[in-house]
Design a protein around this ligand. Structure first.
Ligand SMILES: Nc1ncnc2c1ncn2[C@@H]1O[C@H](COP(=O)(O)OP(=O)(O)OP(=O)(O)O)[C@@H](O)[C@H]1O
Ligand SMILES: [Mg+2]
Length: 372
């Protein structure tokens, strides 16, 4: 393109250079210069800005200046500590502030600490930067620490639960060996005691294995449409005899049309566990009812009883493993405190949930599942 002695416009110059590059006639010095400047002149490759850098950090990160003032933070940090302008205001932790002060004074530091005001356990790391600034990175350890605690509690609880029947069995066997066998009347009651506690031990280990399969995800529900009325009727029958012994009125009211998307055996187990509790905890002469309801995309099955109810302070916890609101009475009745934990896990594995509502006049334990 001839340029008739005037200064070319930018477009003309760019087109001319492109043409020369394509034809391979551009002077080597120009090529070299272009290569050197390429990162600067191609708009998208400018050096990353501060915010972009912070956002690339996989943990919560913030840029600090003197006094723990937060100059910039990434969305993870905003989520963890909120929007307040200083470390102290955001966390109310003088320990973290001190750590930041060290970083700002030029000393890198890393420490695990608790932020009680936010109910968090974090690993905090400060790295000094130029201009009296520092980078603060927080890793949220709360979930890990909670899992550790749950694991420790679980082992303590499980050992305790296993020790009770084992001690009883050993005691009875020793009595028999030390002469009890010669007293036929008593021998029988000791053997019965052994059988009863061995039963309890079997139930406990089976429940523990079920729970561990559920929690590790080794068990996957085989979901399919399950008609609820016939299933409920057959489960109710399993409890007929025990209910009659306690003169408990037991019945089901589940509309024929209700269908859940569920694993049939798992749902059966859920209902067995809920009805077992209802019949066990409801006193003589009470009533236990299994109700079904359709709620748009979900179905709800409820086991309603006229038992002692669950006090509000226990309601949030009875679905935890081994938790019993009245440990003594429940253990006496052979309970391990695992039934509701299994109910919760099975419901969740099928895309549903379980819960309780209770007053002093009884309880309603419910499970909600997707409609089929
Ligand atoms: N229908 C109910 N009425 C009153 N309290 C209940 C009822 N169902 C459960 N609970 C309380 O919740 C606790 C936990 O129930 P869960 O079924 O998990 O254990 P459990 O029945 O004691 O033992 P398991 O079911 O393992 O034999 C019970 O010990 C009891 O305190
Ligand atoms: Mg139970």
């Amino acid at each position: 393109m001839p340029l008739f002695g005037r200064r070319p416009t930018l477009e003309e110059a760019v087109a001319r250079v492109r043409e020369e590059l394509r034809a391979g006639t551009a002077p080597p010095a120009l090529l070299e210069e272009l290569r050197r400047r390429e990162p600067l002149i191609s708009g998208g490759r400018l050096p990353p800005g501060l915010q972009e850098l912070l956002e690339a950090i996989p943990d919560a990160a913030a840029l600090l200046e003197v006094g723990g003032r937060i100059l910039a933070r990434n969305p993870r940090m905003e989520l963890l500590l909120g929007p307040l302008p200083t470390v102290l205001e955001a966390t109310r932790s003088s320990e973290l502030l001190e750590l930041c002060a060290r970083g700002l004074a030029g000393w890198p530091h890393r420490r695990e600490l608790a932020l009680p005001a936010l109910d968090l356990q974090v690993e905090a790391q400060v790295a000094p930067l130029s201009h009296a600034r520092a980078l603060l990175v927080l890793r949220d350890l709360s979930a890990e620490r909670k899992a550790d605690r749950v694991r420790r509690d679980f082992i303590a609880n499980a050992s305790h639960e296993l020790r009770t029947p084992v001690t009883a069995i050993r005691g009875a066997a020793e009595t028999l060996l030390e002469g009890g066998l010669e007293l036929p009347g008593q021998a029988r009651s000791f053997v019965e005691m052994i059988a009863r506690h061995a039963d309890r031990l079997t139930r406990l280990t089976e429940d523990l294995l079920d729970l561990s399969k559920l929690e590790t995800g080794a068990w996957k529900p085989a979901l399919g449409p399950v008609p609820l009325a016939p299933l409920c009727a057959s489960v109710i029958e399993l409890f007929r005899e025990r209910a009659e012994e306690k003169q408990i009125a037991l019945d089901a009211d589940v509309p024929e049309r209700l269908r859940a998307s569920a694993d049939r055996r798992a749902l059966e187990q859920i209902l067995v566990n809920l009805l077992d509790n209802a019949v066990k905890f409801t006193p003589q002469g009470g009533r236990v009812t299994l109700l079904g309801d359709g709620l748009g995309p979900s179905v709800m099955l409820s086991v309603v009883d006229t038992g002692p109810g669950v006090e509000p302070q226990h309601q949030g916890r009875i679905f935890e493993r081994f938790y019993r609101s009245d440990a003594g009475r429940s253990r006496e009745s052979g309970g391990t405190g695992l039934g509701l934990a299994i109910v919760k896990h099975l419901s969740q594995a099928m895309g549903g949930e379980a819960g309780v509502e209770s007053t002093g006049n009884g309880s309603r334990f419910w499970v909600k599942l997707p409609t089929a």
